[in-house]
Design a protein around this ligand. Structure first.
Ligand SMILES: [Zn+2]
Length: 588
């Protein structure tokens, strides 16, 4: 950080969070908190709370939260330094001019350096598109009906036909090592120390994260060569499985669902037609992480992949993943057209909106696709189909839901409902659960093991943050280093130290210790939570269970890296002691 901590703190104190936020979000007072519609996700009833005592905000819907710096960073898309400047200016504090020493520059967090490189590259590509060299690319975009305004909104650009143009441009500002890590350039095999551009002669689509930062690129070739689409490789910044193209816009579109499409062009075309709640899955199979990400912003998704066989297959694969995260899934078929992009260009947004209303529940989609595999006019084939349908129906745990689908299916396929019901019930006696369901459950269970440790750390942190007395007891048993989650460990360090020095903590001050927006959100989530318990006995049990879990997890981790038998014996002993550990709240 270039500015002294005291100054950063002074600026924070002078910028009252209710003042700052209420100039962007309409807030209503309820008790000692203020509530409003969250600017970071779509909602109709307010779950965005601003707490004046704690000088924090928190959204119970999407988990956005932090102090006044976090808000400005998240809302205005500022870096931490930009947020400091903005808020200092707001309360007329003059910042000292600080020369950033080269050393600091070099040490600047690598992730921020990569963000900077991506931003520069995006600007460069945009400039190329508007220059003479970009004529073909511009023609291409015009032909596809992408307006100038939309090009700007999505930061579209062009990588020209020269082999190392971007490299030459970027290497004036950044060193080779950083550039290689950005994935934008590739080392020459034959000439050591030379690089060529990953993208050339392509229309460039910057990929943004939810905070509108460029984390990677997709490029579409303008010639006939292959591959047609090329993405940035995985970098320290860009993890395809954890991002969705367009989510930065879709998350604040104020609709109660999000549409998932396959390609960049689908997102852009729909957006241009006024349908802004769209994301694309970046050319990979849909992942658990992407589903979890979506769940932060909506409960309902509508899948609208390409209408070809590959698109249908990908849809069928994504459905159980989305459902396992508790999302309600519908499927939209753009029949007679290749993809949503083509559909909206031919039929317009009104027709697309009508089609949206007709999106079918994912279960019906699965049944329909199953039906397409069989010749339903042939009795033998039809029987097999009905048998498979019965198996799928059995997978539905909710009886009412199962009954409704039996009704719908029997109507659609002209089968007697009672008969279908009978087959389902007989199957139920023999089999139990269907295989695909088992797979999803297994993954869920795996997640829970990790979550258990995280949850224990979180519970302890929440409890000690809310009570100095509990802290005094817990600190005797739990060392800072035993918090395995990196962010939680840092929070623990701040909480322990502040309590020991001052006897009380201020959440907004602790949030300041984190530069990353994601981390600030996480810390805010901690300080806004309460662990619920009915009486002291139950509270003691929560503390004991959590501490025991955290300690035993650490012992297990340590035992994996130890070769020495006497060390191992110590661990075994520690584990045995853990079994009889009892923390009493009267110890404090
Ligand atoms: Zn929210």
């Amino acid at each position: 950080m270039y500015y002294p901590e005291e100054l950063i703190e002074e600026i924070r104190v002078q910028n009252d969070i209710v003042d700052v936020i209420s100039s962007h979000v309409q807030l209503n007072k309820k008790g000692n908190a203020y509530f409003g519609l969250c600017p970071f996700h779509n909602e109709k009833t307010p779950s965005f709370a601003v707490n004046s005592d704690k000088q924090m905000y928190y959204c119970f819907g999407c988990g956005a939260g932090g102090n006044v710096y976090t808000f400005v960073m998240e809302y205005e898309n500022f870096s931490f330094v930009e947020a400091i400047k903005y808020l200092a200016d707001r309360v007329h504090i003059t910042l000292p001019t600080v020369e950033v020493p080269d050393e600091v520059k070099r040490k600047m967090d690598f992730k921020h350096l990569l963000l900077d490189i991506n931003k520069s590259a995006a600007r460069y590509f945009y400039y190329q598109l508007k220059s003479d060299k970009g004529k073909n690319a511009l023609n291409y975009l015009n032909k596809r009906g992408i307006s100038e305004e939309t090009q700007k909104k999505f930061g579209l650009g062009y990588s020209n036909i020269f082999r190392n143009d971007l490299y030459r441009y970027l290497s004036e500002k950044y060193d080779d090592k950083a550039l290689a890590e950005s994935g934008l350039v590739i080392p020459e095999k034959k000439v050591q120390g030379e690089f060529f551009d990953r993208f050339f002669n392509r229309v460039m689509f910057p990929i943004f994260d939810v905070h509108n930062r460029v984390i990677g690129f997709g490029g579409r070739i303008l010639s006939d060569s292959n591959p047609k689409y090329l993405n940035s490789p995985e970098t320290k910044l860009f993890d395809k499985s954890r991002n969705l193209y367009g989510l930065n816009f879709a998350r604040s579109s104020r609709k109660d669902s999000i549409i998932i499409v396959e390609g960049y062009m689908d997102v852009i075309s729909l957006f241009q037609a006024g349908i802004t709640n769209v994301v694309a899955s970046l050319g990979t199979a849909f992942t658990m992480e992407q589903a979890a990400l979506l769940k932060r912003y909506t409960n309902n998704v509508i899948m609208s992949y390409d209408s070809d066989g590959a698109g249908i297959k990908a849809t069928l694969r994504a459905i159980p993943i989305l459902k396992s995260k508790g999302l309600s899934v519908r499927v939209l078929r753009v029949e007679q057209y290749k993809d949503p992009d083509e559909y909206i260009k031919n039929k317009g947004s009104e027709a697309f909106n009508k089609l949206l209303d007709k999106a079918i529940p994912s279960f019906m989609f699965e049944i329909e696709e199953l039906g397409n595999k069989y010749n339903l006019d042939d009795p033998a084939s039809r029987t097999k189909f009905q048998d498979e349908v019965a198996t799928k129906l059995l997978g539905l745990e909710n009886e009412l839901e199962r009954d409704n689908y039996m009704e719908a299916i029997s109507k659609k396929y002209n089968t007697k409902k009672q008969l279908l019901e009978k087959v389902v019930n007989e199957k139920g006696k023999n089999t139990g659960i269907v295989t695909t369901q088992k797979e999803v459950k297994y993954v869920k269970k795996n997640n829970n093991i990790d979550d258990g440790i995280t949850l224990a750390q979180r519970s302890i942190l929440i409890l000690i943050a809310n009570s100095y007395d509990i802290y005094k007891v817990v600190k005797k048993y739990l060392d800072i280093s035993e918090f395995s989650n990196e962010v939680y460990q840092k929070v623990a360090k701040e909480v322990y130290e502040t309590y020991d020095n001052k006897g009380k903590i201020e959440p907004a001050v602790i949030i300041n210790k984190f530069i990353e927006l994601e981390h600030q959100n996480m810390v805010a989530r901690l300080f806004n939570n309460k662990v619920s318990f009915e009486n002291k006995m139950q509270l003691e049990k929560i503390i004991n269970d959590s501490v025991r879990l955290i300690k035993s997890y650490n012992i297990d981790i340590n035992s994996r890296v130890i070769n020495d038998t006497s060390e191992l014996q110590k661990l075994i002993l520690a584990k045995r002691e853990l079994q009889v550990l009892h923390i009493s709240l009267n110890d404090g």
